[in-house]
Ligand binder design. Structure first.
Ligand code: MG
Ligand code: MG
Length: 244
């Protein structure tokens, strides 16, 4: 799974560098597929329940599951989240980043930075002897003070020989930490906070995929795949394993 995770990490690094005003989400998708296949892996999103991309490209008010399109060109000042998955030898990696397109409003940059900080707070809770709700509690502790919206009807997930496995990994912990499944070495989870600048209420578009905020305000989404080890969290989709 580390090898699959590294393929995702390198692909997202390449895509982050490619984001600029004028590039289409379809072009980013083509770059992703080329990168994943060039590393002898298979894009896990392509064909998943009929999904037509190798990435999800979610721009502006789109929170997650945006479909890449040749005619969706990025504009200066937008935020794009890029979610990417790869399968190597039957094992999955899954990660997402949010990237500003050119010069962005500082409020959007802060939204993305706080979401990434919340992700890392959640990842640090993925430890031997911890409990599942420690993750959501850690995410909430970072996000709530900013007054942002935090999606609770979409979650992270277990991951292994399938992209989505039990358990669901909530980004909130209504009853606090110390609840839910006990974490132990060998468990691998995808942690993925989805955070909105405004209200967290969302709806799915008629395309059957794209999740957008009802108030039309922007969102950010960051994700990593992380393994519980005796030595702490091993972030399989981070180039340095999260230990750098
Ligand atoms: Mg993902
Ligand atoms: Mg995921």
């Amino acid at each position: 799974m580390r090898d699959a995770g590294l393929i995702v990490a390198r692909t997202l690094e390449l895509l982050a560098a490619a984001v600029r005003p004028g590039i289409s989400t379809g072009r980013l998708d083509a770059l992703a597929e080329e990168s994943i296949r060039g590393q002898d892996a298979v894009p896990s999103f392509l064909g998943y329940h009929g999904f037509t991309g190798s990435i999800c490209a979610s721009v502006g008010a789109e929170v997650v599951h945006g479909i890449p399109r040749a005619d969706r060109v990025l504009h200066e000042g937008e935020l794009i989240s890029i979610d990417c998955g790869a399968i190597l030898g039957g094992w999955h990696g899954d990660a997402a980043i949010t990237v500003p397109v050119g010069d962005c409003d500082p409020a959007l940059l802060t939204l993305s930075e706080v979401t990434e900080q919340a992700l890392w707070a959640g990842l640090r809770a993925v430890v031997d002897g911890g409990r599942l709700s420690d993750i959501g509690a850690a995410v909430e502790a970072v996000v709530r003070p900013h007054g942002y919206g935090l999606l609770d009807d979409y979650t992270g997930h277990g991951i292994g020989t399938s992209m989505h496995e039990p358990p669901a990994v909530p980004n909130t912990a209504p009853q606090g930490p110390g609840r839910g499944m006990e974490l132990e070495p060998g468990i691998v989870l995808a942690v993925e906070p989805m955070v909105t600048l405004g209200d967290p209420a969302v709806t799915e578009l008629d395309d059957g995929w794209t999740v957008v905020t009802l108030d039309g305000r922007p969102a950010a989404h960051w994700e990593h795949t992380v393994a519980v080890t005796p030595d702490g969290p091993w972030v399989l989709t981070a180039l340095d394993g999260g230990r750098g």
